[in-house]
Structure formats: structure tokens, C-alpha cells
Design a protein around this ligand. Structure first.
Ligand SMILES: Nc1ncnc2c1ncn2[C@@H]1O[C@H](COP(=O)(O)OP(=O)(O)OP(=O)(O)O)[C@@H](O)[C@H]1O
Length: 590
């Protein structure tokens, strides 16, 4: 039934209700899959874990589209007048007063209404440019955000046992008391003894575990006097299918790395997500809230917050956007703001000669990266449409490049530059620049570290079913923490779609020397023996590469990795160093 909208929005209330119903449906489904993560973990359903993460990404857009359609069908949304839209927003705020996820619901409102309204309406009268409802200290009705434990008669060890048991995993531990003892010893070593307990001593633990890949992480902090000690404990399956604690992470920066954007998103069952973010911020104050929301699977909220932070930063800085240092892309045009740690990537209109693909394929590859396990080796990207930038902050070189290479991707409207589509990702030092710097300063240790890391990145990506396609140094970056991460996605393929081949012997010497290819090459053929030609021109780099990663230059490594994937093997990737593991168990060999 179509209801026509009268003057001053007599249906404003019904429209506000339709919007909140749309959001509530979204969050119910989102929570359901997060809740089921516990069962998937208990059952060791690792392929199911990947499938669920992939499917969850679509939930948001599906619900937004559904809600837009409902507003169009039931309320003729395109004809709603300005006063009615303002009224709808005010009524919607009223519906959020006791809501448990008001910040997400505000963002949902924006997602739906910006699909209906013209850009001129994108200000605070009509959408939530700024949040309106506070998320401070929202109490959950059913599932508390964190639980508190005290060291009573059975001491800290007893509290730790209770913490783990309260997760109620329906799978036995191999030897929980042994593991808790390891945790206790690790804390002892880390703190140089166990400090005297103050009267306020307590351990606070986030009530839902953080599920990712084959692990569940217990995250919390101990409070003692004025000091707080964060911790994260990964729980895993051993080779007999029993649970065990793999380590305890006690350095806040190491815990922060669990939330690196180059890893897959967590599944966490949260009634009040802002409570989780608030708690995480108390142990990781340097992590932007936007990145925490993204890592909790709430990407749209993360993007919204990222953008609010970015606009705020623009108002409080003066530097200009410049072209990103390094070798220019043949597919992407990349610029950056030196005072902000991200790069901005636009798909060019015309690609360099060697790039035989189109815009849709590039977008598909970027989406693929979001959906797979990035194993800490592929940068996550935030995708935006119609982004407004202040024109006077752009270096003329970027404007020239835009005009030359991507004329259909932008518009200039008065003082504003509107970029129609772009990806944003963390800025790193391009690996080619890093290696040159290391070689120039004769820093062999730094060079060796970076090359070792590069090979490990390729190896781990292969184990996670990703073949980078273009493995040149310039397509990788190195993070502040010295980790090598891949960021050029236009040529990536699933490992299982590639055909890794040895170069067939030449029929005769003349053919071999001719520089011509003497064998037929199909689209998905890959010849690992060729990698050395374009990677290892520098003798010092070559020597180090051969020392650590010579096997990557033969088809055998790649074919074996393929076989394992085809046999359903899901590799273990540990977001912390091997030497921190308690060594209780070899990882599950399944
Ligand atoms: N995350 C990043 N941090 C820092 N610099 C980056 C980042 N991403 C890209 N760059 C810079 O921009 C350049 C081009 O980026 P990218 O490799 O994504 O583009 P491309 O067009 O896909 O490249 P190619 O021509 O190799 O396909 C890189 O060589 C690098 O110098």
C-alpha cells in the first residue's frame, strides 16, 4: 500500500519507525552470526568460519537496500519534503534514547537517507553528520560488556580458571590447570614478580570472546591500585581436538597488533558495541575508534568515524595533499596527506599499456581482499563514494594527474573537489624505497629483515590461497612495526586458479638465446623460475633472498601449497611471534 506524505510530514513517525526497524533487523542478523561463531569454534568448522566472515560483509548493504526500497514503495520517499525529513530525523533520535546501538543506528539512517536525498541535504539538519545520542556507559539489558573477577581464597590462579570456564566452551581442555600455570608464570616474568594485591584488585574480562580463524581470544585487563595491565589470551584446538591456551599477550602494542587492519575481522557477540570499543580503547588508547569498529566487523561505522576524524584533522592542519612517494601506479592514482597516516587511491580511467583489465575487475579484486583472510599480509581498504575535499589543499601536480589520467573520477564544484570513488588505506613505506634506503646506508641487518619478511608475506599469502600476481617490491609496503604487507590488488588470483609451471626446455640453443618465448602460455600460467629475473637484480638482495626463500623460485613450493588448500587444509597464522607460544601443543593438523 502506498501512503502519500502530507504537508509537514504526517507520516514522519511511520518513516522513522521503518528506518529503525530496518536497522534492528540488520543488527539482529549481525549478532546472530557473531553468536554462532562460538559454535563454529567449538566444532572446529574452519571453512564455515571463512564463509561466515565473507557473508557477513554483505549484510549491511542488503539491509540498507531493503529499507530504501520500503521507503520508496510505502512512502514514495523521493517526494518527501524538507520539513518532513527534518521531522523524521528528530523522531528517529527519540527512538534511539534507550537503544543499545544508537551510533550504529544513526549511521544506518545516513546510509538509507543519503541514497534518497540529494547531496545538498548532507548536513546536520537531515542526516547525522555528528552523533546526537551519547554512547557513554550504555548498560546492556542481558549480556554485560565485561565481567569482573576477584582473587579470593583460591588467588589469582583461581580467578583465571573461573575466567576461562565462564566462556563455557562445549569442548574439553587438554589441561587447563597446566595452561593457567603457564599464564601465571608468563605474568610473573613480564612483571618481574607478582605485585602485592591492592584493595581494588580485580580482573575485568570482555564477556564475549573474539573469534577469528582458528582461535578465540579472551581479552581483558587487571586493575591493581592505580595500575592497569591489559592481556589477551588465544584459545585454540590441539591435534587431539582439545582446547588449550596458546600464550598470553601482555604488551599493549602486541595486543594492538591483533587489531591490525591487515587481518580478518573478528566475530564478537556484543549487545552494546560501544561498550566493547570503550573497553578496548582503555587498553589501546592509540588505536582509533574507527579501526576498532572495523575490526569488530562494523565496517560502516568504522568508515563513518574515520571520515569524521579526517574532516576534523583537515580543519586542524594546513599541509597539502601530494602524490604518494614511490613509483606511480599504472592502474591507480595514489595521493596522500603527509600529516595523516593514510593514502587515497583512485582507479584511473586509462590503465598503463601492460594492464589488460577494466575498472569492474579492479573493484572485484579489492572486494575479494575484504572477503578473504588477509593473514596480516594485505592492507584493508575503506571504500568511499563522492568524497568532498577542499580544493585549495591539493598540490597542482595531483590536479594535473587527475585531469590526465582520471577525468571521469572527479568534479570541481566551487571550492570543493569531489572524488567520485576512492579507496583509503594505511600508509606504509613502499618496500622498494625501504630496500634502497637500507642498501644505501649499508644496513645489511635491515635489508635482511625486510627481504625475509617479504618472502614470508608471499609464503603466508600462498597458504591462505592468494597469489599476488605482481610480486615486484613496489607493490609491498613495510609498516612501523617492520612487517611487510601487500597492497596492489589488481592482479591477485586465488592460488587454486593458477597453473604453476616449470619453463619447458628450449628445443635448441638458438631458440633459448633468441629472447623469444618458445612455449605456449595460457592466461593463468605462472612460471616461478622467472621471478628471479625481475626481483633479484641487486647481488646483495639476491644473496639474502636465496638464503631464506630460494624455494619460492620453483614450481614445487606453489604446487604443494595448492594441494594443501585443495585438500581443505586451513593453515594456522599466529598474530604473535612463535617464541611467545607456550608450546603446549602442536597446532591442529587438520
Ligand atoms: N598503502 C600505501 N602506502 C604508501 N604508499 C602506497 C600505498 N599504496 C600505494 N602506494 C604508492 O602508490 C604506488 C601505486 O600504488 P599501487 O601499487 O596500489 O597502484 P597500481 O596502479 O595498482 O600499481 P601497478 O602499476 O603496480 O599495478 C605504489 O608504488 C606506492 O609507491
Amino acid at each position: 500500500m502506498k501512503i502519500s506524505v502530507g504537508l509537514y510530514g504526517t507520516n514522519a513517525h511511520q518513516i522513522a519507525l521503518a528506518l529503525i526497524q530496518g536497522f534492528n533487523k540488520h543488527y539482529t542478523l549481525f549478532r546472530q552470526t557473531c553468536r554462532e561463531a562460538k559454535t563454529r569454534f567449538e566444532q572446529g568448522d574452519w571453512l564455515g568460519v571463512h564463509k561466515a566472515v565473507k557473508e557477513r560483509i554483505r549484510f549491511y548493504d542488503d539491509r540498507v537496500d531493503e529499507c530504501v526500497e520500503r521507503l520508496r514503495n510505502d512512502f514514495d520517499a523521493g517526494t518527501i519534503d524538507q520539513p518532513t525529513w527534518q521531522q523524521i530525523k528528530l523522531l528517529y533520535i527519540g527512538l534511539l534514547l534507550n537503544h543499545k546501538q544508537p551510533e550504529l543506528a544513526e549511521t544506518f539512517f545516513n546510509s538509507v537517507t543519503t541514497k534518497i536525498l540529494h547531496r545538498n541535504y548532507f548536513h546536520n539538519d537531515f542526516i547525522f553528520v555528528r552523533p546526537t545520542v551519547s554512547t557513554e556507559n550504555i548498560e546492556a539489558d542481558h549480556d554485560p560488556t565485561y565481567r569482573s573477577y576477584y582473587a579470593k581464597d583460591d588467588g589469582v590462579r583461581g580467578a583465571m580458571l573461573a575466567i576461562v570456564r565462564d566462556f563455557d566452551w562445549q569442548r574439553p581442555f587438554a589441561d587447563l590447570e597446566r595452561d593457567v600455570d603457564h599464564v601465571y608464570q608468563a605474568i610473573h616474568r613480564f612483571l618481574n614478580g607478582i605485585p602485592r594485591r591492592e584493595v581494588n584488585f580485580q580482573i575485568q574480562v570482555l564477556a564475549s570472546a573474539f573469534y577469528r580463524n582458528k582461535a578465540a581470544y579472551i581479552i581483558g585487563k587487571a586493575v591493581n591500585g592505580a595500575a592497569e595491565y591489559p592481556f589477551a589470551i588465544p584459545v585454540m584446538h590441539d591435534e587431539d581436538g582439545k582446547l588449550y591456551l596458546d600464550t598470553v599477550l601482555l604488551d599493549a602494542w602486541r595486543i594492538g597488533l591483533l587489531f591490525s587492519l591487515s587481518r580478518a575481522y573478528f566475530m564478537v557477540d556484543m549487545e552494546v558495541p560501544s561498550g566493547y570499543v570503550q573497553f578496548l580503547r582503555s587498553i589501546l588508547p592509540a588505536k582509533p575508534r574507527s579501526e576498532l569498529y572495523i575490526m569488530l566487523g562494523l565496517g560502516k561505522q568504522g568508515k563513518t568515524m574515520f571520515f569524521r576524524d579526517f574532516i576534523y584533522h583537515l580543519h586542524h592542519s594546513e599541509d597539502k595533499f601530494i602524490m604518494a612517494p614511490g613509483i606511480r601506479g599504472l592502474v591507480m592514482l595514489v595521493f596522500t596527506l603527509p600529516s595523516y597516516p593514510y593514502v587515497f587511491k583512485i582507479i584511473r580511467d586509462v590503465f598503463g599499456a601492460s594492464k589488460n583489465m577494466d575498472r569492474a575487475t579492479v573493484k572485484k579484486k579489492f572486494m575479494l581482499v575484504k572477503q578473504v583472510d588477509r593473514v596480516g599480509r594485505m592492507a584493508d581498504t575503506l571504500e568511499f563514494s563522492n568524497v568532498l575535499f577542499p580544493l585549495d589543499r591539493f598540490d597542482p601536480e595531483i590536479l594535473d594527474e587527475l585531469e590526465k589520467l582520471a577525468p571521469s573520477c572527479y568534479e570541481i564544484d566551487g571550492e570543493q573537489l569531489i572524488i567520485k570513488h576512492l579507496y583509503i588505506e594505511r600508509r606504509m613505506e613502499p618496500l622498494n624505497i625501504h630496500l634502497e634506503r637500507m642498501e644505501r646506508s649499508n644496513n645489511i641487518e635491515g635489508l635482511e629483515h625486510a627481504i625475509k619478511e617479504y618472502g614470508s608475506a608471499i609464503r603466508e599469502l600462498a597458504q591462505a590461497n592468494i597469489f599476488p600476481g605482481d610480486m615486484l617490491w613496489k607493490n609491498f609496503g613495510i609498516t612501523r612495526f617492520g612487517r611487510v604487507v601487500f597492497y596492489d590488488y589488481d592482479e591477485i588470483e586465488y592460488m587454486t586458479d593458477c597453473n604453476f609451471r616449470r619453463i619447458p626446455p628450449a628445443p635448441d640453443f638458438e631458440t633459448e638465446m633468441s629472447g623469444e618465448v618458445w612455449y605456449a602460455v595460457a592466461r593463468n600460467d605462472v612460471f616461478p623460475e622467472e621471478f628471479a629475473t625481475f626481483l633479484l637484480a641487486s647481488p646483495v638482495v639476491r644473496k639474502i633472498f636465496y638464503k631464506h626463500h630460494a624455494d619460492l623460485l620453483s614450481p614445487k613450493f606453489w604446487q604443494e601449497a595448492q594441494q594443501k588448500i585443495r585438500a581443505g587444509h586451513v593453515e594456522d597464522f599466529f598474530p604473535y611471534p612463535q617464541e611467545l607460544r607456550f608450546g603446549n601443543s602442536k597446532p591442529d593438523a587438520a
